[in-house]
Design a protein around this ligand. Structure first.
Ligand code: ADP
Length: 241
């Protein structure tokens, strides 16, 4: 019976992903990696977690396999399953198995969105068993030594660093970057007034890219900052002000 595995070279990053460290997260991740400890990244959406993982996989020269988790994700989607190809039944490794076999980094993005019965498959990988059982295939793939979770906390970058990131990611000038970060600061403060999500670094990068592409700054900010973060018209008005 044929076995199909996703080719790991498909996942290698060609060039260094730009990442500006905000604290000791690079050293922490490297230490966790060398001690073979799994890492959990916490923090609001759009604050740099994905970029950080991309950067670390490049730095550590490890294959990166990313899975966007969601409610309908099943354990087989992660581990692998038998599928029919013509008259032949073939085993297709899932992304988690691909990562384990390649000794790479598996990034389960938004893992909190996945159901419990899906995420149980990572338990034997992250506790001291360090194995990935492929139940349907009756096979066990061994990972390396013992591990538990190490959490790294993320948040929006401090103003000076966020300005640096915006300039690097969109090419805008100092003045525009400073203004965007000021707006972000004000909007983030509205979170205590009922706004659920603050404006993310990602949205600021979008604003910068539109401005750099010739969109008038106010229109750019409306499209990237006001509209995406709330449907509440009253709140949108406060933000526009
Ligand atoms: P998350 O995974 O936390 O939702 P992302 O990693 O997708 O967020 O970050 C969104 C964008 O913000 C990135 O694509 C990048 O442009 C920018 N960004 C945020 N933080 C940093 C950082 N420290 N260094 C470089 N770029 C950053």
């Amino acid at each position: 019976m044929a076995v199909e595995s996703q080719r790991v070279e498909d996942f290698r990053l060609a060039k260094e992903p730009y990442y500006l460290p905000l604290g000791n997260e690079v050293e922490l991740f490297e230490s966790a990696y060398h001690a073979r400890l799994p890492v959990m990244l916490k923090g609001p959406t759009g604050c740099g977690k994905t970029r950080f993982v991309e950067h670390m996989s490049w730095r550590l020269e490890r294959t990166l396999v990313t899975v966007a988790c969601h409610e309908d994700l099943t354990a087989s989607d992660l581990v692998g399953k038998y599928t029919l190809r013509g008259d032949e039944t073939i085993w297709q490794d899932g992304p988690l198995t691909t990562a384990v076999k390649a000794g790479g980094i598996a990034y389960l993005d938004e893992i909190v969105e996945a159901r419990k019965d899906t995420t149980v498959v990572i338990h034997p990988l992250t506790d001291d068993r360090r194995i990935l059982p492929l139940e349907k295939k009756g096979e066990i793939v061994a990972a390396e030594t013992k591990q538990r979770f190490v959490a790294i906390e993320f948040d929006y970058p401090p103003p000076d660093l966020e300005e640096t990131i915006l300039k690097a990611e969109s090419g805008i000038d100092d003045d525009t970057a400073a203004k965007l970060v000021k707006i972000a600061e004000k909007v983030r403060n509205l979170r205590t007034h009922g706004l659920e999500e603050g404006v993310s670094t990602r949205l600021l990068v979008y604003a910068g890219q539109l401005i750099q592409g010739g969109v008038e700054p106010i229109a750019a900010c409306e499209a990237t900052i006001c509209k995406p973060i709330t449907d509440d018209l009253e709140m949108q008005r406060s933000i526009v002000e």
